[in-house]
Design a protein around this ligand. Structure first.
Ligand code: ATR
Length: 273
C-alpha cells in the first residue's frame, strides 16, 4: 500500500514540499504520496490526529506550528530537543509520534556538500535569534567552528541562545552595530529580508573570503546577499538548497533512504525563471 505523508501549516497552498518529496519518491522508487494539509490555526493537534488515524505515516511541520509539534510529540530527537521546534514528525511502529528537526542538518549539508564551504575552524556570524536560528545552532556547532557570534536586534534573545548552547562550543551574543571583527561565514536568519530590510551590521564584518548565506530565497537575489556582494563578499548563497536538503533529511528519517538533491534543486531554480 502507498504510504501517505504531508506538510502541515497555515497557509500551506504554496508549499514546494509536495513537489520535492514526490520527486524524491519517484527517484528512489519509494512507494509514497506526499500532499499539503491545511490545519486550522486553533486545531493543529486535531488535524494531525485525524491524518494519523487515516493511515498517515509522517508529517513535515511549517509556520506557524513548529512549537505546537514540539509539544505534541511523544518523543524528541536530541536535535529537536535543542531546537525546541519540530519540522518532522514520524509515526513509530508502536504508534507513538517521534519529533525531529532537520533544518540545521539541511543548512549544514547545503553549505558543506553542495557549496564546499568548510566550517571547521571558521568564524561564523549568525544574524537573528528566533526559531530559525535556534533550529540550526547545534548542527553548526557540531562542525567545530572557531566560534559563533549571534547578533540580534533584541540583544537579550541572542544572550539567551548563547547561554543555552554554551556547552556545545564557543558562542557569544551581540547587538548588530556592536559586532566586532570580520567573519568567514555570515548567515542571515532574521526575517528582515521579508520586509526588504537589512540588519544594520558594520560593513567591516565582510572580508574578501567571506561567504554569506541567506536562509530566505526568492526570484531574485535577496537584499542581504546583494548588500554582501557590494561589500566584496566572495560568495553569496540563498536558502533554496537548505529547503531541499532539510526535505531530503526528513525523507531519510522516514524511509532510511537518502535521495539525491541536485536535480530537484535545479528544477526549482528553473521554475523561478
Ligand atoms: P523565525 O522563526 O523565522 O526565526 P521569529 O522567531 O519571529 O521567526 O524571529 C525573527 C527574527 O528576525 C528575530 O531575530 C527578529 O529580531 P527580534 O528578536 O529583535 O524581534 C528578527 N527580525 C525581524 N524583523 C527584523 C528587522 N526588520 N530587522 C532586523 N531583525 C529583524
Amino acid at each position: 500500500m502507498t504510504d501517505l505523508y504531508a506538510v502541515v501549516g497555515n497557509p500551506i497552498a504554496h508549499s514546494k514540499s509536495p513537489d520535492i518529496h514526490n520527486a524524491f519518491a519517484e527517484q528512489t522508487g519509494e512507494d509514497l504520496f506526499y500532499k499539503t494539509l491545511l490545519a486550522p490555526l486553533d486545531d493543529f493537534e486535531g488535524e494531525v490526529a485525524r491524518f494519523l488515524e487515516h493511515g498517515g505515516s509522517g508529517l513535515n511541520v511549517t509556520v506557524p506550528f513548529k512549537e505546537n509539534a514540539f509539544r505534541l510529540a511523544d518523543s524528541l530527537t536530541a536535535r529537536a530537543q535543542r531546537a525546541q521546534a519540530v519540522n518532522t514528525l514520524k509515526k513509530m511502529p508502536d504508534g507513538t509520534l517521534q519529533a525531529d528537526n532537520t533544518d540545521g542538518a539541511g543548512l549544514v549539508r547545503d553549505l558543506t556538500v553542495n557549496h564546499s564551504v568548510n566550517l571547521t575552524g571558521k568564524r561564523i556570524l549568525l544574524l537573528g535569534a528566533g526559531g530559525a536560528v535556534r533550529g540550526v545552532l547545534q548542527p553548526l556547532l557540531e562542525q567545530d567552528p572557531a566560534g559563533i557570534v549571534i547578533a540580534n536586534r533584541t540583544v537579550s534573545k541572542a544572550e539567551t541562545l548563547a547561554k543555552d548552547f554554551a556547552d556545545l562550543g564557543r558562542i557569544s551574543a551581540s547587538g548588530f552595530a556592536e559586532v566586532e571583527g570580520s567573519f568567514d561565514l555570515i548567515i542571515n536568519g532574521t526575517s528582515a529580508s521579508l520586509a526588504g530590510e537589512l540588519p544594520p551590521i558594520p560593513v567591516s564584518v565582510v572580508h574578501q573570503n567571506t561567504t554569506t548565506y541567506d536562509m530566505m530565497y526568492g526570484n531574485q537575489k535577496t537584499v542581504f546577499n546583494l548588500w554582501a556582494e557590494e561589500q566584496g563578499a566572495q560568495k553569496t548563497i540563498d536558502g533554496l538548497g537548505m529547503l531541499v536538503e532539510q526535505a531530503a533529511e526528513a525523507f531519510y528519517v522516514w524511509r532510511g533512504v537518502r535521495p539525491q538533491t541536485a536535480r530537484v534543486m535545479q528544477s526549482l531554480r528553473n521554475e523561478r525563471r
